[in-house]
Design a protein around this ligand. Sequence first.
Ligand code: NAD
Length: 362
Amino acid sequence: MDKFGYMEKYGFEQLCFFHDKYTGLKAITCIHNTVLGPSLGGTRVWNYSNEEDAVEDVLRLARGMTYKSALAGLALGGGKSVIIGDASVLRKDPVRREAFWRAFGRYIEGLNGRYITAEDVGTSTQDMVYVNMETSNVVGLPGRSGDPSPYTSLGAFKSIQACCQHVYGSNDVKGKTVAVQGTGNTGYYLCKLLHENGAKLIVSDISQERLDRVVSEFGATVVGTEDIYGVDCDIYAPCALGATVNDQTIPQLKCKIVCGTANNVLKDAPVHAKALRDKGITYAPDYLANAGGVINVSYEQAEGGYNEEASLRDIDRIYYRMLDILQVAADTGKFTYEIADKMAEDRIEAVRNIKSIMTSRA
Ligand code: NAD
């Protein structure tokens, strides 16, 4: 991969490699953009088969965070970290684990506030507690904003309501059938909200334990992992993997709306957004639908400390932002993802121009 070429093409600021011989830490942090504020994004621990895959992942994820925070109206830029390793092995070695995460915390501290980290796949709140022993540039800590998943799901639920308002003329999900792919952290909370509001659930997961929980608590109907795309439903809610809307799955979809918590839902945005529209399916841009979690953790860094009430008010606004985007798409014939991207980019450009005014802060 031509790293500088890629960074130039997509406007990346910084790519850092961290290594600690004693704990075996191999981390890569990427800062995509800091125009709106310090970059924020979680740390993913994954057994990447090679370094190139890890670099590609961190670049893609960091850029996604820039767009997510920009569209959510936050004073934050986009960044992300990936750590090459096996999270389950690390968890079994408590002595190494503390040192490992504290070493990572020291490197993050070295970035001097340009990057704030949090949990992501393969990390826990306890890992962030260790990071916090070395740096205050970490969020998602216990006793503060905690686990972002319920807030992510709340934002996705508001987005589904906005889509229903746009498509059916009412934001009531009562009686609607929702096919939820993945009943893990965010999928579970989304199922809960949908069930409490009278929707019927069809679910798939590779974990029997996670399926059992939504069957017993919310009366969900289980289908196979490959059958979820073709079920009769109003809404398909991807809450597991990325790229599930693709050439193979679109012909199977019977829904009117695609809206869930997963990142990078469209495998190839221009191609698959068009294919969805040709089938009369409304697509809720993923990084707006799943912005509730980042909105909530951002309140941990706010002056006066974490404020859940303010965070919930902000997450409510996802509903109106989603409605706006759906309406502009209908009025202009543009794709919803294009409108979301443009709104995020316009905000960054507008703020970039005020940076010439000197203050004591920067
Ligand atoms: P999670 O790991 O808790 O849940 C994912 C679930 O998907 C698991 O139960 C897993 O068994 C299941 N799964 C894996 N492969 C599957 C398959 N082929 N078919 C059906 N189910 C499958 O993760 P999560 O935190 O709920 O995140 C889900 C998605 O939401 C991810 O794409 C993540 O990037 C995105 N997201 C999460 C948050 C958050 O706050 N946790 C915020 C923004 C975006």
